[in-house]
Design a protein around this ligand. Structure first.
Ligand SMILES: [Zn+2]
Length: 293
């Protein structure tokens, strides 16, 4: 009998409704082990794509989005925040810069954010949801915002279901408990802003789908594909809970993105986070990422 494997559901929403002015926010940079970031790909290949430092780490960004439709301000992702010890900062080369710095550079204070959509709750995406107050206690960074996340991700984070035991931390999640809106599967979380599960990196990771001012669909696929070098189907990460599912999700996502002309913004891409997807002319089953200005 042939074995059957349950494949993840691939449903990618294309919301209508309000169009948003989309600003890519370059929050802090950090560094992770290159082997961890490329999984099965040997170092002889990945080090030619992106150079490793003396500690075998590669440079990464924490890119976030600011969405504005004239009445509402929505933040997608929050980066790693600033609640880190000097030792933790050294391990990951965490820059002294957060999404709050990049928001202020475009004239937006944290109090002006109405909604925050987080793709998943690993530290480099969700630690920025809280900051330390004058007494050293963690409090919400965006005091007025509702936080949108998949129910599955929230449950897994509270239960610390991860191979990384120190990524779902109570100091990131406890203070925002009352402000969370939990979504199940494909959902319109706000007018013109939709989310859909992108299963693989975690069970409950979601991508964000929104139209820009010109009507082009912009998609934030999070850690489905963190840099331009992760379009390669074998480029899984050691941090993926379900690497095979991630590959299947990535394959159908890339095919749809190429066919529909989506713009993608890649979360950890340090150089060219905005990309377009095209079919490889030498091999139609493969896709290429083309940087946009
Ligand atoms: Zn990440």
């Amino acid at each position: 009998m042939e074995a059957t494997i349950e494949t993840p559901i691939h449903e990618f929403p294309e919301p209508d409704g309000p169009r948003y002015r989309i600003t890519v926010l370059r929050a802090g940079t950090f560094r992770l082990d290159g082997g961890g970031m490329f999984g099965l790909i040997p170092k002889s290949m990945w080090s030619a794509w992106t150079p490793a430092d003396a500690e075998n780490r590669i440079g990464l960004a924490t890119n976030c989005l600011l969405l504005e439709d004239g009445t509402r301000r929505v933040l997608v992702e929050t980066g790693y925040g600033d609640k880190w010890s000097p030792k933790e900062r050294a391990i990951y080369a965490l820059a002294e810069r957060t999404v709050v710095d990049s928001l202020r550079e475009v004239g937006v204070e944290p109090e002006a954010i109405d909604d925050v959509v987080v793709t998943h709750l690993h530290f480099d995406h969700a630690a920025g949801l809280t900051r330390l107050d004058a007494r050293g206690d963690p409090v919400p960074t965006f005091p007025r915002a509702r936080i949108h996340v998949q129910r599955r991700e929230w449950d897994d984070a509270l239960a610390n279901r991860s191979t990384m035991t120190r990524t779902y931390l109570a100091s990131h999640l406890g203070p925002i408990r009352e402000r969370v809106a939990l979504h199940e599967g494909v959902a319109q979380v706000l007018p013109g802003v939709a989310v859909a599960p992108l299963v693989g990196h975690t069970w409950g990771q979601q991508g964000v789908f929104v139209r820009d001012a010109s009507g082009t669909l912009t998609v934030f696929p999070a850690d489905l594909m963190p840099t331009v070098h992760h379009a390669h189907l074998a480029a899984s990460m050691a941090y993926d809970m379900l690497p095979y599912d991630n590959m299947l999700t990535k394959r159908s996502f890339l095919a749809k993105a190429a066919d529909r002309g989506w713009t993608l913004v890649l979360d950890h891409e340090p150089n060219t986070p905005r990309v377009r997807v095209t079919r490889d002319p030498r091999d139609a089953s493969r896709c290429l990422l083309e940087p946009l200005a």
